[in-house]
Design a binder for this molecule. Sequence first.
Ligand SMILES: O=C(O)c1cc(=O)[nH]c(=O)n1[C@@H]1O[C@H](COP(=O)(O)O)[C@@H](O)[C@H]1O
Length: 271
Amino acid sequence: MSFIQKLNAAWASSDSLLMVGLDPDLTRMPDELKGKPDAIFQFCKQVIDATAPFVCGFKPQIAYFAAAGAEGQLEDLCAYLREQYPHLPIVLDAKRGDIGATATQYAQEVFGRYGADAVTVSPYLGADSVEPYLEWEDRGVIVLCRTSNPGGSDLQFLMTDGVPLYLRVADLVANKWNKTGQCGLVVGATFPNELAAVRQAVGDSLPLLVPGIGAQGGDIAATCAAGCNAQKTGMMINSSRAILYAQGAGHWTEAAASVAKQTRDDINAHR
Ligand SMILES: O=C(O)c1cc(=O)[nH]c(=O)n1[C@@H]1O[C@H](COP(=O)(O)O)[C@@H](O)[C@H]1O
């Protein structure tokens, strides 16, 4: 099953647009896991098991694993997701961007080594830097468009013949790079006007990865109004820290599940 087929099926079966980001910070581990050699795997596995009923997929952020020398735990986690939750897409957030020869190795890493369904990439090096990912015809390639951070405006808002650069990226991806039909765009929930402009520019079929709700303060109602397609889907709305490190009365996994359920319900109330 291709990434897009899996994502469409997950939106329908989960009745959720929420994607939980797996950003395991060793300094924020629960006490019961601190110091354990497989703390990162155990932490993420428990988050996955607690929140899976409320999500359309998971997005591991590769830096948190690599910085801790825990690539092996990321391999185990992706294998666990594929075995236990084969209906939920894995978006590996790696934000890669390099010349074709090197991108070929990165593509092998994300799709071959980790077995991810989709990857995030930068558009900055242009078409030939994205081509090696597209050779994996059933996998998703999600291109940074209007990122959620304030500094994204430095380049993404530059005007090019009257058109802001982020809309050039949206147009390139939708109309030139999407040969496999498996491409998507990253647009931050912190920029709802630009989210609406991107949805209008690319039409209904392109999925948008939308980080920025939760810890970054993006508004769920504005996000849904701006980014949903005519089917009231079309977005993977990501939240990481607000769910992973949720505070609550019971066990930490209950707090994570409770925030994930609440976030799913908030999104559904507004789409
Ligand atoms: O590609 C991404 O996922 C991404 C793009 C972007 O523009 N902004 C952004 O925050 N992200 C990622 O989304 C996650 C957001 O985490 P929280 O702010 O904790 O919900 C992090 O893993 C970021 O690396």
